[in-house]
Design a binder for this molecule. Sequence first.
Ligand SMILES: C[S@@+](CC[C@H](N)C(=O)[O-])C[C@H]1O[C@@H](n2cnc3c(N)ncnc32)[C@H](O)[C@@H]1O
Length: 448
Amino acid sequence: MSVFPQLSMKSEVREHLCNVYTRKEVVSELDKDEVFEALLSCLSHPPLFTCLRASTHLHPLQETQHRLERHLEQQKRAPAVYTHPQLPDVLLLPVHGPRHVDLLAAEVIVGAQCGNAVLRGAHVFTPGILGTPKYMKVGDMVSVFSDVEGKCTRGAKEFKGKKVFLGNGVSEVDRSELFCSDGPVKGVAIRMTEPLYQSPSFDGVLTDEVFLQNLPSVVVGHVLGPRPGERILDMCAAPGGKTTHIASLMGNQGTVVALDKIRSKMEKIIQNAKMLKLDCIKAYCCNSIHAVSSDPAQENSADAPCSGLGQRPNMTYSWSLKEVCSYQPLQRKLLTTAVRLLKRGGVLVYSTCTVTLAENEEQVAWVLKTFPCLTLEPQVPHLGSEGMQGAGLSCDQRRLLQRFRPELVWRGARFAHSPENFLQNANTDTIGFFIAKFIKNGKKFTQA
Ligand SMILES: C[S@@+](CC[C@H](N)C(=O)[O-])C[C@H]1O[C@@H](n2cnc3c(N)ncnc32)[C@H](O)[C@@H]1O
């Protein structure tokens, strides 16, 4: 059973994706339509766990775990904070939902992005609000809905379009403060008191000790395996989730060069590095495709810009097929530079948060053909599934890849947490994600 509509997308994108997921060789032992339908359903729901990466370069994991438990107790929440046996810097918090919540007469409409954040435990911040009741005042109890199709106009007093219920909250602002000509007030506008999915809010909590990061993203840092004193290049770094993880794994010793082509995003890397007390990070605003260096890196992370189809929760995907397909050539340019800027014997980790074949397994097949100096390496830890068929990779090659496929375990939204399946759920009910690890051997690199 599902409480939300399946992820909706343009028919051309749906057909493109459906072709990948219903190919005979891809779904030999599974029911093809079921897997694709499960994918679209699970993507519109949040994962079963909130994953926090602890700053183990600053504090032992158990200390942070205890501080988080105390924080949850103060919030009158069950202090359930779990460690992960294979990820020594991860803390997992179960997400409970969907719960039964009664609808109220007063409706607040928020944008889809804001709605997705609410489903992952956030309160509603002022910029996310599109519509409120005409006379909404501080202290009013309201039901919050996501405008999943982007049809609600800002300042609306009612909305009849397609909306999805996210839970109830209490208003901390008057309507007049939200849509006034001087620009809206900042901060929390609706404090969620009865969210459909209950997951603690970490806004301003233990800010130098924990970083909200999806589990497969944390796996990337461990697969890269940086050591203190090394020189690492992070080519697509903002907001710095992986950069700060790499620097933390290095014990803040060595250099992590973090590049992002958007200046405001690059500044976010600097902010995050400062907050987590990591001064071995050097961030630059740069188009990585044109990056040059006289000192090649020992390890490169290319967490490529991608079509983002693995993100959860997401109820509407508005991109055209042309936009989705535009990422493959861009990623190839980034990979070409990544290979050039890597030392012999160095490691390259390529990752995306999307589910297409074109941006994942097909890229691996292209890399292996184009750069004979690169070979696939086993990944540790390997928590996801193997790579998908359909891109011409051998079984052995696919086994070296790591694809997080929540659709393979999706049994509907009311699947309860059970202690026996705790680890399996944490490792599988994740966002859709892909990781490939290459090593550069001695052969001279020549581009085909
Ligand atoms: C998937 S996000 C990276 C997330 C990041 N690695 C993290 O873990 O927090 C991709 C990033 O690549 C950046 N980007 C896109 N094209 C780029 C290019 N040509 N050069 C450098 N950065 C680029 C985008 O601005 C975006 O911030």
